[in-house]
Ligand binder design. Structure first.
Ligand code: HEC
Ligand code: HEC
Length: 308
């Protein structure tokens, strides 16, 4: 662009003054765009990776409220912390150890793909947002009114998809299960949400999580079509309910899943064995031994080797 401009400028015999002006304008525009892009990227990164545990001015979640952060620590310390939270805590740093105690021993995970440059930009985002009357990261202000059976019922309908989300987001049941409704359609390990309310320690943290899910699978679905505060409150009510009443059923669901999984693994091993017979026996043995259920695996192998 710039080169084209200058060449055309010279070819057309424009004055050097004009040419310089064009160049300066080009640089200025380019520069602004670059700075804009960089901070947009840091904002987006913060929204994606930090708001599930931190607000700026909305009170603590799993991690401390970041309001007033740069009055508490200097940038160098904070940069080092963002690059390696556990490292700083374990170095014996007194301030970091106090943070860990306040967080009841929960370590902040190392932010994914963090670099010194990104850490610096994140601190700028935090400083700028902290200076505003109300940061966009003040967090979802969920009502703390008592939750009612009506909330629970609405939450269940939203979860199951019998009531649609205003934004048109997919029902949670497409990927999750609760209350031991396990089966091949739903309760895959890690996706059973029966006790997630207890695990996330309550309404505020779960609400914040659902307001901007940091999950790589959920984020793309819910970022542009976020749940509204009423929907989140209802889902939270439902998951509080399941957390307080459904634990036993759910764990038997998980157990059933595990057993089915092991059974399937055994069947697969046998099928593989038949298909591969004696070929690549040593390769297969290594594969088999690398599996998670060594006992079952070796039993399956023994069984096959016993047959003529
Ligand atoms: C899973 C929850 C979690 C996530 C996600 C998380 N943090 Fe933290 N953060 C914590 C906890 C907990 C602490 C307190 C120290 C500790 O226990 O590790 C903390 C502490 C901090 C501190 C020091 C706070 C103070 O008061 O001095 C900063 C700064 C910080 N986090 C920034 C971030 C940024 C920026 C991100 C996103 C890249 C982020 N955190 C993501 C949980 C989290
Ligand atoms: C397209 C599939 C999909 C949909 C739809 C979906 N989730 Fe998820 N969700 C996931 C996956 C996968 C995870 C596991 C975390 C990850 O992405 O690695 C997860 C994790 C979670 C977690 C954290 C669980 C934990 O133990 O940390 C919560 C809470 C959650 N989802 C709630 C919901 C709710 C409520 C809905 C409905 C509004 C929903 N999800 C809709 C796929 C989905």
């Amino acid at each position: 662009m710039l080169v084209e401009h200058s060449e055309r400028g010279e070819a057309m015999g424009k004055t050097t003054g004009r040419w310089t002006l064009a160049l300066a304008a080009g640089l200025l525009l380019g520069g602004t765009a670059a700075a804009q892009g960089a901070s947009d990227e840091a904002y987006e990164y913060f929204a994606r990776n930090c708001v599930s545990c931190h607000t700026i001015g909305g009170g603590p979640l799993a991690g401390p409220d970041l309001a007033g952060l740069l009055d508490r620590r200097d940038r160098d310390w904070l940069s080092a912390f963002l690059l390696d939270p556990a490292g700083v805590i374990d170095s014996g740093d007194v301030y970091a150890q106090a943070l860990l105690r306040d967080a009841r021993g929960v370590y902040m995970p190392t932010p994914p793909g963090i670099t010194a440059d990104l850490a610096d930009k994140l601190l700028t985002v935090i400083a700028v947002e902290d200076g505003l009357d109300k940061s966009r990261f003040a967090g979802l202000q969920l009502s703390d009114r008592p939750l009612t059976p009506v909330d629970i019922a609405l939450g269940r309908q939203l979860f199951n998809g019998t009531t649609a989300f205003a934004s048109g987001s997919p029902a949670c049941f497409a990927c999750h299960t609760v209350e031991g409704a396990a089966g091949f359609g739903g309760g895959r390990l890690g996706l059973d949400l029966t006790t997630v309310y207890a695990r996330m320690e309550g309404r505020k943290a779960l609400g914040a999580w659902l307001g901007a899910p940091p999950s790589p699978v959920m984020a793309p679905l819910f970022q542009d079509a976020p749940l509204d505060a009423d929907e989140i409150l209802a889902l939270t009510a439902y998951l509080k309910h399941t957390s307080e009443s459904g634990v036993e059923q759910a764990s038997s669901g998980v157990l059933a899943f595990l057993l089915t999984g092991l059974g399937l693994a055994a069947v697969l091993l046998v099928l593989f064995d038949v298909a591969w017979k004696d070929r690549y026996r040593s390769t297969r043995r290594t594969l088999v031994e690398g599996r998670r259920s060594p006992r079952l695996a070796s039993r399956a192998v023994e069984g096959m080797e016993g047959t003529p």
